[in-house]
Design a protein around this ligand. Structure first.
Ligand code: HEM
Length: 516
């Protein structure tokens, strides 16, 4: 068996395919081949961007590396800033330069503000009814407005400060109870963000003994969802074969999404039962009110409502917690940077208090640490793929309507022609305030840019800074005896650490009562 074929099997998890299925696939692929050849031999002017030679039937699928972000970066070095890949029947376009990212996300923003919804995404979000996958248009605008102006606005976030404070204190209390013992940083930060998000949504939280159990389970579910979303799927590349769900991606996603759907159903039922007089103010109550608004121009359906909740519990948790895990991991390699952050914290907060959100504006060096982490490990390394609603020209090449466009922010953030020592973790490069998250500069845009820019920037910034400040102010951290730091990344729609970060906390604050 050739290397490429084994990789294919590995990536697509097809070991349980039966002989009969293989025959069926072959027949269907032959039909696909005829269509593919007819598309490829059509003269396109200007031409498609350059790219590696593709094979009949499969295009470039056999040579795809599972770590797509590094693979696309290598392709960029050979073929230039814009590359074509044939993903079965689908045209994939990879953008590796700031100039072309700007053409796509700024000059042609409206055309590219669409998504090529993968089968996995459709299954996870009630048929793609959420913000992430809804096509650009009135429905998306309505969802986005609800989310950005109401749920995640600065004033709403401010009103939930007590809740974040309580959760972060609880996490610090947990670490205090584990002094001298190894703790899984990613797991704990996931739990903290999940608790904040579910609390904001419907007042739900995981406490006490349930914390480890339910938290671990929810993390597995979210991990599973993001993994399936980032996984190449035959159904997406050969739409004619989608109904067979050959890799079982839809089936697996259905099981995972059902777990959250059950949680949403229970929360919705309970919320409806609570007398409004009790005045609970969470998003669910707000969304249920919107849903009952019969006058609304673009009504919010129950499906939209649940799809929005799904965006919050998946998009709002894994992104922030993985960024925090990368941050602590990079810092473990650079004790002098930890020292500088702690000095800043000791001046702004003092060692006789815990960090409050009001301290965050006095921590410019910590802010630079966050920016540098999102440069070196942009947590959505290819953004969420965009999809042009009409054929257009980018960088002098044709980008066909319906193609899947990957903006490789990971490679732009590590481009040596833009960044000095790009592979080094150097927060100082952000101290002059030159870079922000607005997406205006296509050399640095970890949250994306244009109409589809991340809807949760304020919350991400808040949770990241508050958590990291608390972790470094309350504790010193060390690796367990004999363990080496591993900073390698694992590709997925959300980038993860290949090896979970396990560290041992030692309290820094003199008064043990602060940790209670
Ligand atoms: C470190 C944390 C985070 C990072 C780096 C991040 C980054 C991103 C990126 C790169 C995109 C895609 C932009 C594009 O397609 O061009 C995105 C989309 C999105 N993010 Fe975030 N995100 C983070 C946290 C959050 C949080 C906390 C929430 C909400 C609670 C959130 C909600 C969303 C939503 C709803 C979208 C889809 C927007 C749309 O398609 O209109 N994100 N995010």
């Amino acid at each position: 068996m050739s290397d490429a074929w084994s990789r294919w099997l590995l990536m697509f998890n097809t070991s349980d395919f039966t002989y009969a299925l293989t025959v069926t696939v072959t027949v269907l692929l032959v039909i696909s081949l005829i269509t593919l050849i007819s598309i490829k031999t059509k003269k396109i002017s200007p031409p498609l961007p350059p790219g590696p030679k593709s094979l009949p039937l499969v295009g470039n699928l056999l040579s795809l590396d599972p770590d797509l972000h590094t693979y696309f970066t290598t392709l960029g070095k050979t073929y230039g800033p814009i590359v074509t890949l044939w993903l079965g029947h689908k045209v994939g376009i990879v953008i590796n330069s700031p100039v072309l990212a700007s053409e796509v996300l700024k000059h042609h923003d409206t055309i590219f503000a669409n998504r090529d919804v993968p089968a996995a995404g459709e299954e996870a979000t009630y048929g793609g009814k959420d913000i992430v996958w809804t096509p650009y248009g009135p429905k998306w605008r309505m969802l986005r407005r609800v989310c950005v102006s109401e749920m995640l606005s600065k004033s709403t976030l401010d009103s939930f400060y007590e809740l974040r404070r309580r959760e972060i204190r609880q996490t610090m209390g947990y670490f205090y109870s584990r002094v001298g013992l190894p703790v899984d940083i990613g797991e704990q930060m996931f739990l903290t963000t999940m608790n904040v998000v579910t609390n904001m949504m419907w007042g739900g939280t995981v406490k006490g003994d349930d914390r480890a159990g339910l938290g671990t389970e929810l993390r597995l579910v979210v991990n599973g969802i993001t993994q399936l979303l980032g996984m190449p799927n035959i159904s997406d590349f050969y739409p004619g074969l989608a109904r067979f769900d050959l890799q079982g991606v839809r089936k697996k996603m259905k099981v995972l999404a059902k777990k959250f759907d059950d949680i949403f159903e229970t929360a919705i039922k309970q919320r409806k039962e609570i007398d409004e007089q009790e005045g609970s103010k969470d998003f669910l109550q707000f969304l249920l009110k919107l849903r009952d608004d019969k006058e609304a121009k673009m009504p919010l359906t129950m499906t939209h409502l649940k799809a929005l909740l799904m965006d919050m519990v998946t998009g709002g948790t894994d992104t922030t917690s993985n960024s925090l895990e990368f941050a602590l991991a990079e810092l473990m390699n650079k004790p002098q940077i930890i020292q500088r952050v702690q000095e800043e914290l000791d001046i702004a907060v003092g060692k006789n208090k815990m960090v409050e959100e009001s301290h965050l504006s006095k921590l410019p060096y910590l802010y630079a640490v966050m920016k540098e982490i999102l440069r070196l490990h942009p947590i959505l390394p290819l953004l969420v793929p965009h999809c042009p609603s009409e054929t257009c020209v980018v960088g002098g090449y044709t980008v066909p309507k319906g193609s899947r466009v990957f903006i490789n922010v990971w490679s732009i953030h590590r481009d040596p022609s833009i960044w000095e020592n790009p592979l080094e973790f150097i927060p100082e490069r952000f101290l002059d305030g030159q870079w922000d998250y607005s997406g205006k500069d296509f050399k640095y845009f970890p949250f994306g840019s244009g109409r589809r820019i991340c809807a949760g920037i304020a919350m991400a910034e808040n949770m990241f800074l508050f958590s990291l400040a608390s972790l470094l102010h309350s504790f010193d951290w060390k690796l367990p005896e004999g363990q080496k730091l591993d900073l390698s990344e694992k590709f997925g729609i959300v980038l993860k650490k290949k090896v979970p970060l396990v560290l041992i906390p030692t309290p820094r604050l003199s008064n043990p009562e602060l940790y209670q």
